[in-house]
Write a protein that binds this ligand. Sequence first.
Ligand code: TMO
Length: 324
Amino acid sequence: MHKRHIQAVCVAAAVGLCGSGSAVGAVPESDESIKIVTNNWTSQVVQSHIAATLLQDMGYSTEMVPTNTELQWPALEDGEVNLQMEVWEGINREQFNEGVEAGTILDVGQHDATTREEWWYPAHVEEQCPGLPDWQALNDCAEIFATPETYPSGRYLGGPVEWNKGDHALVEALDLDFKVINAGSASALWAELDAAVRAEEPIVMFFWKPNWAASAYEGSFVEFPANEEACNDDPEWGPNPDVTGDCGNPYPAWLKKAMSPNADEQWPCAVELVRNMNFSDAEVNEMSRLVDQEDLDYEEAAEKWIEDNAEQVESWQPECATSA
Ligand code: TMO
């Protein structure tokens, strides 16, 4: 148990008097543990461990629950899980907005970080496929991206299938001469990127920011038609008059936090802390770098991040967490 940040855990709990003079419930308001969703990319897991540590410091118990960007929604609604620290607009815009509207999730705020998830290539590919970053250049040089399993079409190296990026639909909608091959994990993506960069081989792959790799490798996102509302609503819009979705991922896109709908009744003070938690682009980069480049494990990275950012962490502490 960590008790570094909150020295004065409410000692008045026994008489029901906590907070600055006013009678508020003791923290933790419930012994039930707060179940924190983990997904399979680094910054999300480190953020989850940072949240876990700060919540434990307040007296809550927490549990990590690995799940994915689809299954987490019904699980949040049912209260089987309670907190998701990193909801990416590029994956979950609809589920998030619909959940807030329907009251099946609690919107606990947006990070300062702005995000992008898209097809991407390292800098050396620019010369190999002139016309990039415009998406229309892709078909002119599809064959240089081919692998034995995709030849003569190009290979687009996607992220894990469960990230649900809709790449097959995009290939169809824009009539791209590419086959989508999904990497099994984020680290498989990084390994392929590193090998391609060393050998100066053509590669076009999934990439996202903020992320340590954006500082480690120079490169550019492919520029697809912009993700305007009409692209998703109106088939007429965009290069393909027959379908919606003939555009890239949303950009610049948001990063938000979600909790289970009754979290503010079960653990109101925890909800306040989570509302206050807010990471910038640079901070998300750094927490992923600590694991993927410095080889810390997730818990160590969370610890280090908290130590290195003590003032900011202090500023997140809600009044309900400290005794008078
Ligand atoms: C946030 N993600 C790694 C799925 O792009």
